[in-house]
Design a protein around this ligand. Structure first.
Ligand code: PLP
Length: 522
């Protein structure tokens, strides 16, 4: 693999000897970067020379040292943060096939529109008559979302996918409570669900009932009925189900209409986790397969920046029946003018979940994306997203184990089953991708598939990049077959950091720097 033979300049201890520091930190223009606190010299500041022992300090440096502020100059601070910023990997730096995350390109047109002074410089406390354009934009976005999903009640305020789930499940709960259906205490969730689904149900005070999907990767009618009627033969204790379609295995739930019919007959509501809407947008409307409530991730399907690039935005959309219960404020059109709902209007509403009106900057970007693509363009988005994932699947299916038969939707699922015999695991494969300059796919998720690798290339990736990814993946499979596997356990060797103790990092996170240079315990 390329890069494998390089001596890694980044892992040597560049801070211990000053000669070494100069040599290594400039190597290949790579700037190794310690913490600011590690860089500082305690007895001088900025660009000053070291203070002679006999000199009495007039500048208060001693006092500053005592409260632990790093003593570095402005240029040093600038370099510190600029160097750190070069360590970020983003969709703008390379291939980012993180499954279930839709890391697509963020069109710069959206950025340009969001920076228009009339959008960028307004304040949420301005009188409504001075922000009519912004309110009209939000109203327009509500209408586009309603059209694309077939769900007419749109609330834009949730600030992330998980926040949308909370808003959606609270809407369902509010409906049940106001309809005196408080005996409904279970929410059905497939075992492959994103962790936020059961977590949300529990936060809303429900118990989850898990539907087993291990055999086929999909929810079967039999397994569903078993869960639905488990403790009541009419399902009268079921509040609803939370399902994502396509699901987290990248598969379309073929029986979804049958499932939603059974659920509705029992009086439950269908919450669809819409994070995977990129596979459907412009092609089918979720309301047509029985969805009652759904959140959309504007930062996934509708290309607004995420993963450190911008705040999320997770609007929800609901049926006419559930509209009375959604959070405030909706954007209302009266004649030719627009306004936000007041805090005492619509008494059936569950209330407010977010300050002001939600992530307005993301609303601008998402509507810009929708309008610049149009009806045919959005359809092409999902078609290309599905095509790209199936291209990868078709190229790698002879090299990697494919747990579930048939074509996939916008992401494909492979496992390390064939490579594990050669002791090369999903983690090794992910780290080899890092060594080759690519962000890994989603690993070990969904949890129900051992050694899962969930790959979502998205429609914005070029064939050349997808082919490069396929070449690396094929090379890994080939080398593993040939028994040439030792290197895989050491990758990455050229990254700023090598293998971290991920379990320890998760269990015992060190969130605070302690000045304990003697023990090396920073
Ligand atoms: C991303 C995602 C979510 C959560 O969205 P956030 O914006 O990260 O809170 C929920 N479900 C699925 C399937 C997802 O992929």
């Amino acid at each position: 693999m390329s890069g494998a033979a390089l001596k890694d300049p980044r892992n040597s201890n560049v801070h211990s000897a000053s000669d070494e520091r100069i040599k290594d930190s400039t190597r290949a223009l790579y700037q190794a970067e310690p913490l600011l606190w590690e860089k500082e010299q305690c007895d001088h500041s900025g660009t000053d020379w070291k203070i002679p022992d006999s000199y009495k300090c007039r500048t208060g440096l001693k006092e500053r040292a005592e409260i632990g502020l790093p003593q570095v100059s402005e240029p040093e601070v600038m370099r510190h943060f600029v160097r750190l910023s070069t360590w970020n990997y983003s969709i703008d730096s390379g291939f980012f096939p993180l499954g279930s995350c839709t890391m697509k390109h963020n069109p710069r047109l959206n950025e340009k529109l969001a920076r228009l002074p009339g959008f960028a410089h307004i304040h949420p406390l301005q009188p409504e008559e001075t922000v009519q354009g912004a309110l009209e934009l939000m109203y327009e976005l509500q209408s586009w979302i309603a059209e694309l999903t077939g769900l007419p009640g749109v609330c834009l305020t949730p600030a992330a996918g998980a926040h949308g789930e909370l808003a959606g499940m609270m809407t369902i709960k509010r409906a049940h409570v106001l309809n005196r259906e408080t005996q409904r205490k279970y929410v059905l969730v497939p075992d492959s669900a994103h962790g936020t689904n059961p977590a949300t149900a529990v936060m809303c005070g429900y118990e989850t009932r898990i539907i087993d999907t291990k055999e086929t990767g999909r929810v079967s009618v039999e397994a569903f009925k078993e869960a639905l009627y488990k403790t009541d033969e009419t399902g009268a204790d079921i509040a609803g189900m939370m399902v994502t379609n396509p699901n987290t295995c990248g598969l379309f739930e073929r029986d979804i209409q049958e499932l939603s019919k059974l659920l509705h007959k029992a009086g439950g509501y269908f919450y669809c986790d819409g994070a995977n809407f990129n596979a459907l947008v412009g092609k089918i409307r979720p309301s047509d397969f029985g969805v009652d409530v759904m959140h959309l991730n504007l930062h996934k399907t509708f290309s607004t920046p995420h993963g450190g690039g911008g705040p999320g935005s997770g609007p929800i959309c609901v049926t006419e029946e559930l509209l009375p219960y959604v959070p405030r404020p909706l954007v209302i059109k009266e004649g030719d003018s627009y306004r936000l709902e007041g805090d005492t209007e619509r008494e059936t509403s569950l209330g407010r979940l977010k300050g002001f009106q939600g992530q307005f900057g993301m609303h601008v970007r998402a509507l810009s994306y929708m309008m610049s693509h149009g009806k045919d363009g959005l359809r092409k988005v999902s078609e290309d997203a599905v095509l790209h994932a199936n291209y990868i699947l078709s190229q790698l299916k002879d090299d990697y184990h494919v747990p579930f038969e048939g074509p996939c939707m916008h992401e494909c699922l492979l496992t390390d089953k064939r490579q594990k015999d050669g002791e090369v695991t999903t983690m090794d494969i992910a780290k080899t991708l890092v060594e080759n300059g690519m962000h890994p796919m989603t690993v070990y998720f969904p949890l129900v598939v051992s050694g899962a690798m969930l790959i979502e290339p998205t429609e914005t990736e070029s064939k050349e990049n997808i082919d490069r990814f396929i070449t690396v993946m094929k090379q890994i499979a080939e080398d593993t077959k040939a028994g040439d596997t030792d290197k895989f356990h050491n990758f990455p060797v050229s990254a700023p950091r090598r293998r971290l103790d991920e379990v320890k990092a998760a269990r015992q996170p060190k969130l605070k720097w302690t000045d304990d240079k003697a023990t090396g315990n920073h």
